[in-house]
Write a protein that binds this ligand. Structure first.
Ligand code: PRT
Ligand code: ZN
Length: 287
């Protein structure tokens, strides 16, 4: 598996592997590391090289931004690539956007006609311009794309945006969100049955880790009179666990809930008399 050697995706990639029980010794990081507890070798590369290395079969799998997959595909789209996107991983979220100096009155794609646009993603940009029948001049630059307008190299930029802070601090504004991206697990077009079964094991573990990271374990004390209502508020995986406490008329209830619903549910539970609510992280949920 090829992962980014350093940069924005490295830490989350290593953390994902650790979450699924694949430890790699990061301290003596070389070009290649063998996981001691899973038949997997990890190759540390620059993110730009990961799609080609997987397409060429030098690595069977890779973790990389979807933007890199699209940029290295013949038509500037992930679908046009020979690689399979086997999972979206939910980190490294960003988007490729067109941005212009904030004083410009840009009213849509047609504004870019005849303009110079600086980018490190010419392939995705070319595809976008063709789709919108706009002819513009693409200036390919490797880094610090955001300074191109102020430096007089370009009229606009096409670059990765995450919080938008970099655009603001360079006097630019985002005008077209072109390509949403996140880290993805990629695989080559085909693999042996043995490797496919290892991939299936990796996917099974990733899916349990992803499911559990979005859930919380709730424990609380409830008066007997509130139990019926609490079960309606907290429909659990099968149904919540309810256990009597030593104090007569009181019960402990355990349930798993979506983290996004946490505060709403806590408010409802407090309203029906729940006390001592504990919210715990879940390490794994194995369905
Ligand atoms: O050395 P190597 O070639 O491996 O790394 P790199 O420098 O090319 O890439 P790196 O580590 O910066 O990013 C790796 C991947 O992380 C990208 O391909 C994206 O898929 C993803 N990602 C997520 C981002 C960002 N968020 C991001 N904010 N990549 C880059 N940025 C940069 C962006 O280029 C801009 O300069 O951050 C700036 C904008 O951030 P905001 O928050 O100010 O909008
Ligand atoms: Zn790179």
């Amino acid at each position: 598996m090829a992962i980014q050697a350093k940069g924005r995706l490295n830490e989350d990639s290593v953390a994902l592997l650790r979450d699924i029980g694949i430890r790699i010794d990061d301290s003596k990081r070389k070009f290649l590391a063998q996981a001691p507890d899973f038949p997997l070798e990890v190759l540390y590369l620059r993110d730009d090289d990961i799609p080609q290395v997987v397409a060429a079969g030098t690595a069977d799998l890779g973790i990389v931004g979807l933007n890199e997959v699209a940029e290295h595909s013949p038509d500037g789209t992930p679908e046009g690539s020979s690689l399979q996107i086997v999972r979206q991983l939910g980190f490294g979220e960003c988007r490729l956007s067109l941005a212009v100096p904030k004083s410009e009155d840009c009213d849509g794609p047609a504004w870019f006609s005849g303009k110079r646009i600086a980018t490190s993603y010419p392939n995705i940009l070319r595809r976008y311009l063709a789709d919108h029948q706009v002819e513009a001049i693409i200036e390919v630059i490797a880094g610090s794309v955001e300074v191109a307008p102020a430096a007089g190299i370009a009229d606009a930029i096409f670059d990765i945006v995450s919080s938008g802070g970099t655009l603001i601090s360079n006097g630019l504004k985002e005008v077209e969100r072109v390509f949403p991206s996140e880290a993805v697990l990629i695989a080559g077009a085909s693999m042996t049955a043995e490797k496919q079964s290892l991939l299936n094991e990796i996917l099974f573990r990733i899916d349990s880790a992803v499911v559990s990271s979005k859930k919380k374990y709730l424990v609380m004390n409830l008066p007997e009179s509130a139990i019926d209502e609490a079960v309606v508020i907290l429909p659990a995986m099968r149904s919540p666990t309810i256990m009597p406490l030593a104090a007569k008329g009181w019960y402990a209830m355990h349930a798993v809930i979506e983290e996004s619903l946490l505060w709403q549910k806590v408010r409802q539970l407090k309203a029906i008399g729940a006390e001592g609510i504990l919210v715990l992280s879940i390490d794994k949920i194995i369905p």
